[in-house]
Design a protein around this ligand. Structure first.
Ligand code: NOJ
Length: 557
């Protein structure tokens, strides 16, 4: 293996961990998590094996979209800390071998942003063109809104100037006019600013939405096509910080997603979340049938060598099922969120993984084993490593944005503030801190946390998974996914049983004579027959990772 190459393209086999500072750890006891608190907990993340931290927005905000509504791209939300705290955090993380990326929110600002406050003063205001306006009444756009519970149009009338402004998301989030060179300058400066402070890249919010605005005013300006703009962004990033990444939120069918990696060997986004595989994974789990997931993985288009899929089973938003058919979505709802209060926006779930799987530890571990074995770079959402649950009393997506559960103590050890002062209530009941917390799991070798740490270590020692070619192995059980990732001379076979019954999986492997399979997650070795035939046992909801080893190979398992 060429070490230089693998360490350069660090995102190909990173372990990304997403968190919101305000719900992670409160160091000053005011009830709101803060940057200093997160810095204190970096060792916890290093111990788990995280290699890249993704910070959700920490910029000044009126907080009407949990910080995704920004009033100053260069600022730090005073409730969370200062620029000094950010720099200390990044320095501490880097010292422990953890890179830090953060949300880049350039589709829209808050309507409280000084630019928008100016823009709505008059049609002649110099900031007017920072946003997208139309003079004629808009058509019905109800089918284009992202939040159908709150909005029925992507255009909002601004009373004072009598024109409508574009907002793909909430009406308090006007879309920026990316075609405007002055806006572009602000974006370059924003990227440059945070890179100078030490960030290693960005999770780029709502990519197809802001790119769709690029052409809106084409006749007025010399604008690029959307992909030229993305290429310029990538080139700028690369000039400023050679190994920084753009990890895009692009929830589109695979073929469309492919174009956002760029045409020329990968010159646009470095990474994209694979929403399609995620949604089909839930369909597979609901059916106890690996075929939907298998199909989604096989349908993935080939991507440039420097690019990568980011895999995940939970994020900070609704667990969206929007790319499934109505019937498929209904199946997943029936299996994992049958009550109305468990669903949101008619397309997603408010729940976290363990409650959806009725707390069955075999099934939960199988899902994370599967996640880490899939081709791509796994992304965890805070609390997944200890199996946190959701708070269904909270509105919509807030159900999964509850305080991190550090201990069995008051407020789950998140804060010393009284409950009424907490940024959001702590989960109660069976998934509350008395039953689910980091302190007890870190000490317990049989806990989910210890399992995850082991899984992460093994994943990090298998560059085949992030780098290799993926193939699905033929075998007769529909509830089983058997796949193999091969990179240069190294190869890992992974088996996952989505069903509750034990199975014996016969495989025929294309391997050199006298090959053996070495179990990587538990003890065990089995010899492959002369014709490549081997039979492997799987428990109900069982999982195995096996490295192919053969005589003459110099690598250790
Ligand atoms: C995408 C983010 O993931 C989501 O949380 C946010 O509400 C929207 N962008 C709008 O800002």
């Amino acid at each position: 293996m060429r070490m230089t190459e693998t360490s350069d393209l660090w995102w190909k086999n990173a372990v990304i961990y997403c968190l919101d500072i305000e719900t992670f750890f409160d160091a000053d006891g005011d009830g709101i998590g803060d940057i200093a608190g997160l810095a204190e907990r970096i060792d916890y993340l290093a111990e788990l094996g995280v290699t890249c931290l993704w910070l959700m927005p920490f910029y000044p905000t009126p907080d009407r979209d949990d910080g995704y509504d920004v009033t100053d791209y260069y600022g730090v939300d005073a409730r969370l800390g200062t620029h000094g705290d950010v720099v200390e955090l990044i320095r501490t993380a880097k010292d422990r071998g953890i890179r830090v990326i953060a949300d880049l929110l350039i589709n829209h600002t808050s309507d409280q942003h000084p630019w928008f406050q100016q823009a709505r003063q008059s049609k002649e205001n110099p900031y007017r063109d920072y946003y997208v306006w139309r003079a004629d009444p808009p058509p019905d756009t109800a089918d284009q809104v992202v939040f159908p519970d709150k909005e029925d149009s992507i255009w909002e009338l601004d009373e004072k100037t009598g024109e409508w402004y574009l907002h793909h998301f909430y009406k308090h989030q006007p879309d920026l006019n990316i075609a405007n060179p002055r806006v572009r300058d602000e974006i370059w400066k924003t990227i440059g600013f945070w890179l100078e402070l030490g960030l290693d890249g960005f999770r780029v919010d709502a990519v197809p939405y802001f790119l769709s605005d690029v052409g809106l005013t084409a006749e007025q300006r010399d604008v690029d096509d959307p992909h030229t703009y993305l290429r310029k962004m990538r080139a700028f990033l690369g000039r400023r910080h050679g190994d920084a990444i753009l990890l895009g939120e692009v929830n589109l069918p695979h073929e469309e997603q492919r174009t956002y990696f760029g045409a020329n060997g990968g010159d646009e986004l470095h990474m994209m979340f694979d929403f399609i595989a995620m949604q089909n994974l839930y369909l597979s789990l609901a059916r106890e049938d690996a075929r939907p997931l298998t199909r989604a993985l096989l349908e993935r288009p080939a991507i440039p060598a420097d690019c990568q899929w980011a895999t995940f089973v939970r994020n900070h938003d609704e667990l969206t099922l929007d790319k499934l058919s109505e019937d498929e979505r209904a199946e997943v709802f029936a299996a994992f969120g049958p009550e109305k209060e468990m669903q949101v926006f008619g397309r997603g779930l408010k729940r976290r993984v363990p409650p959806m799987l009725e707390g069955d530890p075999r099934r939960v571990r199988m899902v994370y084993s599967l996640l880490f074995s899939l081709p791509g770079t796994p992304t965890l959402y805070y609390g997944e490593e200890i199996g946190m649950g959701e708070d269904l009393r909270a509105e919509g997506r807030m159900a999964v944005r509850t305080p991190m559960q550090w201990s069995a103590g008051a407020a789950g050890g998140f804060s010393t503030a009284v409950p009424g002062d907490l940024v959001s209530p702590v989960v109660e009941g069976g998934y509350g801190p008395a039953h689910v917390n980091a302190a007890s799991q870190v000490r317990d070798p049989d806990s989910l946390w210890s399992f995850m740490r082991g899984l992460i270590q093994t994943y990090r020692s298998c560059p085949e998974l992030g780098w290799g070619d993926f193939e699905v192995l033929d075998q007769p059980h529909r509830q089983v996914l058997a796949h193999r990732s091969t990179w240069r001379t190294a190869s890992v076979v992974a088996l996952h049983n989505l069903g509750p019954e034990p199975v014996t999986v016969p495989l025929t492997l294309d391997v050199p004579p006298d090959s053996a399979l070495i179990d990587l997650l538990q003890d065990g070795t089995c010899q492959v027959g002369p014709d490549g035939a081997v039979e492997l046992q799987l428990e109900g909801y069982g999982y195995r990772w096996l490295r192919v080893r053969h005589d003459g190979e110099r690598r250790l398992p």
